[in-house]
Write a protein that binds this ligand. Structure first.
Ligand code: FES
Ligand code: ZN
Length: 372
């Protein structure tokens, strides 16, 4: 969690008086610091505002911002995510991760346009959309908006009630579909999402527990462009959720703190909680799990990557079968039949409800859609 007093982050050493008003801002994951006598910034020896146990380090505010920027630069460079002339579309949810990502990319001089997808989840979506619009307005940045109900005739709560998929599964696949489609149509070079280290470690744990080798093979900070798919990148994968929350706060970003109200029972959160338990006992576990996968294990799964893609017969977006998952889910929610399965391949595909990066199950009640 973050403890905030009058717009300042508190550390364990700060004393809180009875007269103080403090805000405890939950961060789902992270790992608080423990037991040093006087935390000093590792770079400049000034008093620290945040400890990052994984690095066995603490930072003052300017040096933490430097650290955050360096981690993003390193991610971008190591995986050749994009260059200074690329047009980047940032998938924005209104939460801390995606707004921190948009902020850091604009700060590093990239051409970064936001894309907000209205999911129709009541006041939560209203507040999220407003946070994205306010961010864009305050910085003179451009924001593309698509409303799922206006454009496609359904919203996420309805899809959760009517379809066979869990709410979070249809939410996740709608986001991936729309981010890809909008980016292609608007001519962006790359889509950037705010997935952080906690998201990636939890997803990898979920996929590994089920030995979903095809999804494990795709769980990379970069997915190259191919046949109707825009390149996808995750520039925050080296930073924990607690670091992105602290960064967003220290930068004065007004993000939506509350969680999606449909999150209950979400299996992704259970994997995050399990990883947090391990991290608390051994700081650095998440990083060694995910970075170790990237360095040493990913190549072992390469042969399991998904097969070739063909255009969806309804919308033209790429799919491994005849109709893409979005068109199938939408048809089901709206009660519009797609053409009947032509062969066994389609029948198999229709029963395969889980898409890459979905580690959510019907029994678990679902998970968040995409971490943006
Ligand atoms: Fe919001 Fe799953 S739909 S967390
Ligand atoms: Zn389609």
């Amino acid at each position: 969690m973050l403890v905030i007093r009058e717009r300042t982050l508190l550390t364990r050493e700060d004393k809180v008086e009875d007269s103080d008003t403090v805000e405890i801002r939950p961060v789902i994951s992270g790992g608080q610091g423990r037991g040093r006598s006087r935390m000093k910034c590792r770079r400049c020896r000034q008093p620290a505002v945040i400890e990052v146990r994984r690095h066995n380090a603490a930072f003052c505010q300017p040096c933490f911002e430097h650290h955050f920027n360096e981690q993003v630069r390193r991610a971008v460079k190591e995986h050749a995510m994009f260059g200074p002339d690329d047009r980047i579309m940032v998938a924005v949810s209104g939460g801390k991760d995606s707004l921190a990502l948009w902020h850091v990319l604009l700060g590093q001089g990239y051409s970064a346009t936001g894309m907000y997808l209205g999911l129709g989840i009541g006041e939560y979506s209203d507040r999220s959309g407003e946070a994205a619009r306010r961010f864009a307005r305050d910085r003179g940045a451009s924001l593309i908006e698509v409303d799922l109900r206006d454009a496609y005739g359904f919203d996420i709560p309805t899809a959760g009630r009517k379809g066979s998929r869990s709410t979070c599964s249809v939410c996740g696949l709608s986001k991936r579909y729309l981010f890809n489609r909008v980016a292609l149509e608007a001519g962006f070079d790359v889509v950037a999402t705010g997935h952080n280290l906690d998201d990636e470690a939890a997803t990898l744990l979920g996929n590994t527990l089920r030995w979903q080798t095809e999804y494990i093979a795709r769980q990379f900070p970069v997915l190259a462009a191919k046949e109707g798919m825009v390149k996808k990148v995750k520039p925050l994968y080296r930073l924990s959720e607690r670091e992105t929350a602290a960064y967003a706060f220290l930068q004065g970003i007004d993000y939506v703190v509350e969680e999606c109200p449909l999150v209950e029972g979400n299996t992704q959160l259970k994997y995050k909680a399990a990883m947090n338990g391990l991290e608390a006992g051994a700081p650095g576990t998440k990083a060694s799990f995910y970075f170790g996968y990237l360095d040493r294990a990913a190549r072992l799964f390469r042969d399991d990557a998904a097969g070739s893609l063909t255009p969806c017969r309804r919308c033209g977006q790429p799919t491994t079968g005849h109709y893409c998952a979005f068109c199938r889910a939408r048809a089901q929610v709206l009660g519009e039949p797609l053409a009947p399965p032509a062969d066994d391949q389609v029948a198999r595909e229709l029963s395969d409800e889980v898409l890459p990066a979905d580690v959510y199950t019907r029994t678990g009640g679902g998970g968040p859609g995409g971490g943006a």
